[in-house]
Design a protein around this ligand. Structure first.
Ligand code: UD1
Length: 364
C-alpha cells in the first residue's frame, strides 16, 4: 500500500507527525509527505518539522496565501497532479484547513480512498470557514477517524454510514505526550520576561476576532485589564500582527507593561510555555485540547466550540469576546475556583497506533 499524507498549515503538522511514525512501524510498503505550502514562514512551518522530527516533505506545492477560493483552488489543481503522478492507494488528510478540503475533493473525484484525521467535529457555525471545510471533507472521505464520542454522534446525525467511522482518539495528544519532557526543558518563561507558574498565555488568530477592529479593541481591553494582575505572553500570528498594525491598536498593546508580545513560537517552546502557565486565553482549536490534556485552565474567546469535550470534561470555558465577561472568568480561574477537569477517554498517546491499525485492515 502506498500512502500520501497531506499537511498544509500549522495545526496539521502535530497531527500527521505521529500518524507517519505509526504507519512506518506498521510496515506499509511506502509513504510520502506532501506539503501544500499554505503556511510557509519559518515560524509557521519549518520549525515544526525540526521540533517534531518530521521528514522533509517529498513534494512541496508552494500554494501560499490568498483568498479562500484562490488558496483552495491552487491546492485542488496542484494536488490532482500529484495524485495522477504518484497513484497512491490511500491519502491521509487532517483537521479543517483549506488544504484539507481541497485534497479530499481531489481524492473523491479520482476515486482514491481518503482518510480524515480529526473527523466529525462541528461548531454548527457556518460563519467559520473551518466549519465548511469540516462538513465537506467528512462528506467526501471514506475513512473518518474521530477523536471523541460527540464527533461520532455528529456524523451519525448527518446520516453517515457507521462503517466509515472509527473512533481512534486524539492524535495531537500523542504528539503532546511524546514531546512534553523536552518541551518543558525548552520553553523558558524567563526568555519571555515572566516567572514559572505566574503568567498567562494568549493566542488570537480567528478572522472573527481579529479582522473586525471593534472586536479586536474589546479583546485588547480585556487583556489590558488582566495584564495588570498577571503578565501575559502573546505570540502573535502573522494575521493578528498585521491587524493590530492596520487598526492602530499595536501602540496600545505595546504600551501594556504586562503584555509580552512576540513572534509565533515553535512547537516545543510554545508547549513548554503553555505547560508552565497559570491560565491560557485563546481562540485556537488545538490549544483548547492541549490545555485540557495538561489540566491548565483555558478561557476560549469564542461563542462556540467544535471541541465540546474540552468544556464538558476538560478545563475549557467558552467566554466569548465581551471584555467584562472575560475579566470575570479570568478572576474566577486565577482564584483557583476555576474548573478542575479530566482528560477525555482515548486521549492517551496511542491514537496514531489505532489509526495505523484502521488503515492496515480497511477494505473498500
Ligand atoms: C489557517 C486555517 C485555520 C488555522 C490557522 C492556524 C483555513 C481556512 N484556516 O488560518 O483553520 O487555525 O491556519 O494558523 O485554512 N501568513 C503569513 N505566513 C504564513 C502563513 C500565513 O504571513 O506562513 C499570513 C498571510 O498574510 C495570510 C494570513 O496570514 O494571508 C492568513 O493565512 P491563511 O493560511 O489564509 O489562514 P490562517 O489565518 O493562518
Amino acid at each position: 500500500t502506498k500512502i500520501l499524507h497531506v499537511v498544509g498549515a500549522r495545526p496539521n503538522f502535530m497531527k500527521i507527525a505521529p500518524v507517519m511514525q505509526a504507519v512506518a512501524k506498521a510496515g506499509f510498503a511506502e509513504q510520502k509527505l506532501v506539503h501544500t505550502g499554505q503556511h510557509y514562514d519559518v515560524a509557521m512551518s519549518d520549525v515544526f518539522f525540526t521540533d517534531l522530527g518530521m521528514p522533509v516533505p517529498d513534494l512541496h506545492l508552494a500554494v501560499g496565501s490568498g483568498s479562500h477560493a484562490e488558496q483552495t483552488a491552487k491546492v485542488l489543481v496542484a494536488f490532482e497532479r500529484v495524485c495522477l503522478a504518484e497513484q497512491p492507494d490511500l491519502v491521509v488528510v487532517a483537521g479543517d484547513v483549506n488544504s484539507t478540503l481541497a485534497c479530499a475533493l481531489d481524492c473523491a473525484k479520482l476515486r482514491i480512498p481518503c482518510a480524515h484525521v480529526e473527523a466529525g467535529l462541528r461548531s454548527f457555525d457556518l460563519a467559520m470557514p473551518e466549519e465548511v471545510n469540516r462538513i465537506v471533507t467528512d462528506r467526501l472521505c471514506e475513512i473518518l477517524l474521530t477523536p471523541s464520542p460527540d464527533a461520532d454522534e455528529n456524523l451519525r446525525r448527518e446520516g453517515t454510514d457507521p462503517a466509515r467511522v472509527f473512533r481512534v482518539g486524539n492524535v495531537m495528544i500523542d504528539t503532546l505526550r511524546a514531546h512534553l519532557p523536552l518541551a518543558r526543558a525548552t520553553g523558558s518563561p524567563a526568555r519571555h520576561g515572566v516567572q514559572p507558574g505566574a503568567y498567562g498565555v494568549l493566542t488570537l488568530h480567528r478572522p472573527s476576532n481579529v479582522d473586525d477592529p471593534a472586536v479586536l479593541a474589546g479583546l485588547l481591553e480585556a487583556v489590558g485589564e488582566l495584564q495588570r494582575q498577571l503578565p501575559i505572553v502573546f505570540p502573535a500570528h502573522p494575521r493578528t500582527r498585521r491587524r493590530l498594525e492596520e487598526s492602530g491598536l499595536a501602540a496600545r498593546a505595546a504600551a501594556m507593561g504586562g503584555l509580552h508580545l512576540c513572534e509565533p513560537l515553535g512547537y516545543l517552546e510554545f508547549l513548554g510555555l503553555v505547560a508552565g502557565a497559570k491560565l491560557v486565553l485563546t481562540d485556537s482549536g488545538g490549544l483548547q485540547e492541549e490545555t485540557t490534556a495538561l489540566g491548565i485552565p483555558c478561557l476560549t474567546l469564542r461563542e462556540n466550540t467544535e471541541r465540546p469535550v474540552t468544556v464538558s470534561e476538560g478545563t475549557n470555558t467558552l467566554v466569548g469576546v465581551d471584555p467584562r465577561r472575560i475579566a470575570a472568568e479570568a478572576r474566577l480561574a486565577l482564584s483557583g475556583q476555576g474548573k478542575a477537569g479530566r482528560v477525555p477517554a482515548l486521549w492517551d498517546g496511542h491514537a496514531a497506533e489505532r489509526i495505523a491499525e484502521v488503515l492496515r485492515t480497511w477494505r473498500r
